[in-house]
Write a protein that binds this ligand. Structure first.
Ligand code: M6R
Length: 365
């Protein structure tokens, strides 16, 4: 039942604050406890020497964000692989590697093949992050954490993606707590972010009207670049994927520092450049990247945390988020990019819930 919504994707975008609260509920009760992941998580976390994340599509982007969190909070080496590539690579896994397999459906063929292959490469344990409690993925894993996004009907992943990020943040926190890699104060600060997330996300819905105005402009372009740094780099990839997937506009996500290494050659007045800017220690670096875009006539559409927008007044359009988002920036910044893809696709009249050539669950290779 669509209720007041035009599409399931739109309904699912608006369901996210609730989905995030539901996904975080166990962590809010138990804190960053290994028990969130299964009764044998204590032992597995103690023996973990490295983390390898495998996934496809949006779930892969969630894994790329998690790498920043897990490396920073635990010091463990983390690698992230596209499942369809990992399964055909050779190479052993270091004993004690925790394979984190992320999938909304738990039935993605390449992902299942990747995790089976990982088990043959060394003494590994598999942690499944899934939205479907009884799926092939959860059955084959040693540890499980579920997202509570509810059924997602739109082919484009929205609430499944943001709840994956929330669950991965709790994984980073739980590994850090178990391994005592952060001071109690820092750990408490991270834990205190969690109860604030649903409200912070809800507040960000206020940007929808402005994003809808952007979509009028964007729908006339054939290409777009998305830029971010640090945890917002994978969000740039995700924003580009959403625009390709439902609005059929060629889009690329880039780490802003990579501009000079190639994509800057594409920038002119016909290239919209959508930038996610967090108020963090890399902001000055991002500013110099933006100056390069501006000098070449690129049209900058800036989505910024409060405080950043004033530093770069030369943007074509700017939207300021209602509040600082701290380490949860990637979750909140996803929302405007979902709206951007949704409204642009709506202007273009595409089949938003069932984009051409795509299936919700990719159960064949
Ligand atoms: O069910 P999964 O999370 O394993 O699916 C992975 C991808 O097929 C999926 O995220 C896909 O990229 C989405 N349609 C993107 O919106």
């Amino acid at each position: 039942d669509l209720g007041p919504y035009r599409h399931y994707m739109q309904k699912e975008i608006f369901a996210q604050a609730t989905a995030l609260a539901d996904t975080l509920a166990p962590a809010l009760k138990q804190g960053f406890s290994p028990a969130l992941f299964g009764s044998n998580a204590n032992e597995i976390f103690t023996n973990t020497t490295a983390v390898r994340i495998v996934a496809c599509g949006s779930s892969y982007h969630a894994g790329l964000v998690a790498r920043y969190w897990i490396e920073e909070y635990t010091g463990l080496p983390v690698s992230v692989d596209i499942a369809s590539e990992y399964r055909y690579r050779s190479g052993r896994e270091q004993d004690g590697t925790l394979i984190v397999a992320i999938s909304q459906s738990g039935e993605t063929a390449d992902l299942l093949a990747a995790l089976r292959s990982a088990k043959e490469r060394g003494q590994v344990n598999v942690l499944a992050l899934c939205n479907v409690a009884h799926s092939t993925l959860t059955r084959e894993a040693d540890l499980v954490i579920l997202t509570h996004a509810g059924i997602e009907i739109g082919v484009a992943s929205t609430k499944a993606f943001t709840t994956q990020l929330a669950a991965l943040f709790t994984l980073a926190g739980a590994l850090a707590q178990h391994r005592q890699t952060l001071t109690p104060d820092v750990l408490a600060q991270l834990a205190n972010c969690l109860p604030r997330l649903p409200a912070m996300f809800n507040d960000a819905f206020a940007v929808e009207t402005q994003i809808e105005e952007w979509s009028h402009l964007l729908s006339h372009y054939n290409h777009a670049l998305f830029l971010g740094r640090h945890t917002l780099f994978p969000i740039a990839l995700e924003g580009a994927l959403k625009l390709k997937e439902i609005a059929y506009i060629h889009a690329e996500g880039y780490a802003a520092g990579e501009l000079k290494h190639g994509p800057l050659a594409l920038v002119d007045e016909d290239m919209p450049v959508i930038v996610c800017a967090a108020n963090d220690e890399l902001f000055d670096k991002l500013l110099s990247n933006l100056r390069e875009v501006e000098a070449r006539g690129g049209k900058i559409f800036l989505i910024a945390e409060p405080g950043c927008e004033a530093a770069f007044p030369y943007c074509y359009r700017t939207i300021t988020l209602p509040s600082q988002t701290g380490p949860l920036a990637p979750i909140v910044f996803t929302l405007p990019l979902q709206f951007l893809a949704y409204h642009t696709a709506y202007k273009k009249g595409t089949d938003i819930d069932k984009p051409r050539n795509l299936a919700k669950s990719v159960t064949v290779e």
